[in-house]
Design a protein around this ligand. Structure first.
Ligand SMILES: [Zn+2]
Length: 265
């Protein structure tokens, strides 16, 4: 037991602590980006291979236009702050899956999926930018990697990802799915914490503003999302993105800061 604890501490201290861009918070990181991205790219391909992609050319083009503009904003923001190395290995992709579920996500390395079911709640291109900025922010802030690290620590004694994959491939894959909130068929999806949500909100506002979308649209999107969740079956998105009364208030408070980036364009 003592030995296990010791190994956990060794694992904790020998791996680099990562730093979240924008907020500067230190986070636990037991997974290397290169390992994680390989897993992410494999999973992304598997999702696309087993899904029906939207044939709505107009919507797909709009989604990709927003995606590329947010990508450019993220790259500019990271370059301006000397953090470009954190985007190494990114291979951005933006796809729209034809399925009536209210959800969207971004896997490590910039692999984005929107489901057609979330498009009416986005309402227009700026609404898509709200979700895109927020989801991409979760990825840029390595929130999934942090959750994956916590999972490896709690469930497998803090082993590294490659060791976990070699010894317990199935469990490790489930851990990945829950950490990134990508696989609804896994049954259980970990909701992002309030801390992760507020970080993604803050960063998302700045990214969308830099991409040329008015950040004032963000609270309106979350109001529409909250209204749509009052039905018998709350949307998928709400199970991974719990909305709290304080969220819209906090978002509104952050808008003046984000507007500085919007006006600079
Ligand atoms: Zn979120």
């Amino acid at each position: 037991m003592k030995k296990t604890l010791f190994l956990v501490f060794v694992a904790l201290f020998s791996y680099q602590c990562a730093t979240v861009p924008v907020t500067g918070r230190k986070q636990l990181s037991l997974v290397s980006n290169s390992e994680l991205m390989q897993m992410s790219f494999d999973n992304y391909k598997a999702v696309l291979d087993t899904s029906k992609l939207s044939t709505n050319k107009k919507q797909v083009e709009m989604l990709r236009r927003v995606g590329h503009r947010i990508q450019k904003a993220v790259e500019d923001y990271m370059a301006q702050n000397g953090w470009s190395a954190q985007l190494e290995g990114y291979a951005w992709e933006f796809n729209l899956i034809d399925e009536d579920i209210v959800n969207a996500w971004c896997m490590p390395g910039g692999k984005v999926v929107f489901y057609t079911g979330i498009m009416p709640i986005c309402k227009d291109e700026t609404g898509v930018a709200v979700v895109m900025g927020h989801e991409v922010a979760h990825a840029v802030a390595n929130h999934g990697a942090e959750r994956m690290s916590q999972g490896l620590l709690q469930q497998m004694g803090g082993v590294a990802l490659d060791v976990a994959l070699a010894n317990k491939p199935a469990e490790t894959r489930v851990l990945f799915g829950t950490a990134f909130g990508v696989a609804s068929n896994l049954g259980f999806m970990l909701p992002y914490s309030r801390l992760h949500e507020s970080e993604a909100d803050k960063m998302g506002l700045i990214f969308m503003a830099m991409a040329g979308y008015n950040p004032q649209a963000a609270p309106e999107f979350w109001e529409r999302m909250a209204a749509s969740s009052k039905g018998a079956q709350p949307p998928e998105f709400m199970s991974t993105h719990p909305s709290h009364e304080t969220r819209i208030k906090n978002l509104k408070a952050q808008i003046p800061e984000a507007m500085k980036y919007y006006k600079k364009r």
